[in-house]
Design a protein around this ligand. Structure first.
Ligand code: FAD
Ligand code: MLT
Ligand code: ZN
Length: 466
């Protein structure tokens, strides 16, 4: 190992190979402290060639690599094992925006560029990069690609995989695949770009990407609504689309206990409603688009049909930001209740009410006093069905119930034809669970891909496939 470390230092500079406890500790645990590992070292290369050198040297030494971007992931994908045998490769110094092509609608960026920086660069040329996550100030493009991130505009623009045209990838043996194409059409064989998207660093390291830019949407109309039920939230989707068509960008759900958390944390509740369910709607379009009228007409119809109980429409950018915060701050606010057992499930949208009703009963039976904090991307059929401890149960004792409680959530999801990871990926936390809900054929195919592309098994081992 001493030889490897000194070869790494020669390749990328002494100060960019970290081994001291104080230096490596920020890379050793996730932001929630739910996953913790012990890196052999942290390597911080600054270019594709340096990434390739690190990977080649690690490959020659038979040492595994764990890629890490902004370390905002939810399931431990960027955290190394606890045995001190794996190198964390941070992409944080690959920060260049290589080019912006407003006319062609593309931007080429390095993997360590923070998502918000891509959005800003797009806005500077009157374009939109539509991926939108609560973590956009810290997560990176490489992490977004590796997790196939979702977020709050999937309804309209799709997930990260529909926003990527080309990739540059360092392969597990250190060779570089230059797939940085900006073509909308390219049917020349297997789609390797799509294979690396959502692979969570298990097949190679993304060093750069060509991303799609969309027309800017400066006209926005945003509402916070109180709902009679989850079924109403699902029925609202076709109604909103009837009035707003493709301008419907966001349709998010927040349950009462989740709203109470952010209000307790200091946010203002715009509706004095005693409803149990709330939602955030946003319509967006070009200058002059009739989004305000469309939203008002849609809400009028929704109230008439009993799908919406009450609504507050943002009258200024500050009010809009206030409504968005009610949804985006839930994730962090829940940490105030102690450790969270997180779930990220999706079902056909018409089954959401059944899922919520079933789980309400079965989880309360399994652990009386348990506090579900439910919110998510209802327009995508995707709920974050998160659990907080009963008030009289210690955090560590609660976490000991994780497997049993998650099995209840995942079984109910699978029974409705759903997925146990809609947008966060599998990391180490959900790899085994996912395999249990897939057919043998599907797991075999996934293993065949992994074995073909990473025969030595040195790329983020234990993630995705346990
Ligand atoms: P990391 O956490 O560093 O890594 C995630 C995975 O990608 C790991 O497996 C890692 O090994 C791999 N990886 C990272 N970089 C590379 C690379 N260059 N090449 C290959 N593999 C790589 N996610 C959503 O999908 N939707 C949301 O709405 C959402 N909201 C969030 C809100 C908050 C407040 C927080 C904290 C997180 C949220 N997330 C959400 C989760 C997270 O932000 C995303 O998964 C994000 O895409 C991770 O990016 P990252 O750069 O932090 O990746
Ligand atoms: C969100 O939608 O807020 C995120 O995916 C984060 C979470 O699951 O808490
Ligand atoms: Zn989410």
């Amino acid at each position: 190992m001493t030889d490897l470390l000194s070869a790494l230092r020669d390749a990328i500079g002494d100060e960019h190979v970290l081994t001291e406890e104080a230096d490596i500790s920020p890379y050793a645990a996730d932001w929630r402290g739910a996953y913790r590992g012990t890196p052999l070292a942290v390597a911080r290369p600054s270019s594709t060639n340096e990434v390739a050198a690190v990977v080649r040297l690690a490959h020659e030494a038979g040492v595994a690599i764990v890629p890490q971007g902004g370390n905002t992931g939810m399931c431990g994908g960027a955290i190394p094992s606890g045995d001190g045998s794996q190198i964390v490769l941070s992409l944080g110094r690959l920060r260049a925006i290589r080019s912006v092509d407003a006319a062609g609608g593309t931007i080429t960026v390095e993997a360590g560029v923070v998502l918000a920086e891509v959005q800003t660069a797009a806005a500077a040329v009157d374009r939109l990069f539509p991926l939108s996550l609560g973590s956009e100030g810290s997560c990176t493009v490489g992490g977004n690609i590796a997790t196939n991130a979702g977020g709050t505009a999937v309804l309209r623009y799709g997930m990260m995989r529909s926003l990527v045209l080309g990739l540059e990838v360092v392969l597990p043996d250190g060779r570089v695949w230059d797939g940085l194409r900006s073509l909308r059409k390219d049917n020349t064989g297997y789609d390797l770009t799509q294979l690396y998207i959502g692979a969570e660093g298990t097949l190679g390291i993304v060093t750069a990407a060509v991303l799609t830019l969309h027309p800017a949407t400066p006209a926005r109309a945003t509402a916070w609504v109180a709902l009679p039920s989850v079924a109403a939230a699902a029925s609202l989707l076709p109604l909103l689309r009837e009035y707003a068509a493709e301008r419907l960008t966001t349709w998010e759900l927040v349950a009462r206990p989740a709203l109470d958390l952010v209000v307790d944390a200091g946010l203002q509740d715009p509706l004095a409603s005693d409803a149990e369910w709330f939602g955030l709607i946003e319509l967006a379009g070009p200058f002059g688009a009739s989004v305000d009228d469309d939203l008002e007409r849609a809400l009028g119809a929704a109230v008439e049909q009993g799908l919406v109980l009450d609504a507050a429409i943002a009258g200024s950018p500050a009010q809009r930001a206030g409504l968005w915060a009610l949804r985006e701050r839930v994730s962090e606010a829940q940490e105030s209740l102690g450790p969270t057992i997180k779930h990220d499930v999706s079902v056909p949208i018409t089954s959401l009410d059944e899922l919520v009703a079933d789980l309400g009963v079965s989880l309360a039976d399994a652990l009386p006093g348990i506090r579900p904090i439910i919110y998510g991307h209802v327009g995508d059929g995707n709920l974050h069905y998160n659990l907080s401890r009963p008030v009289d149960l210690d955090g560590a004792d609660f976490v000991a119930h994780t497997d049993a409680l998650s099995k209840i959530v995942h079984d109910a999801t699978a029974a409705l034809g759903g997925s146990i990871s809609a947008e966060h990926g599998l990391g180490s936390g959900k790899a085994a669970a996912a395999a249990a809900y897939k057919s043998e054929v599907e797991v075999d195919l996934m293993r065949a891909v992994k074995d073909a592309l990473d025969p030595a098994g040195l790329m983020n081992p234990g993630k995705v496939l346990s």
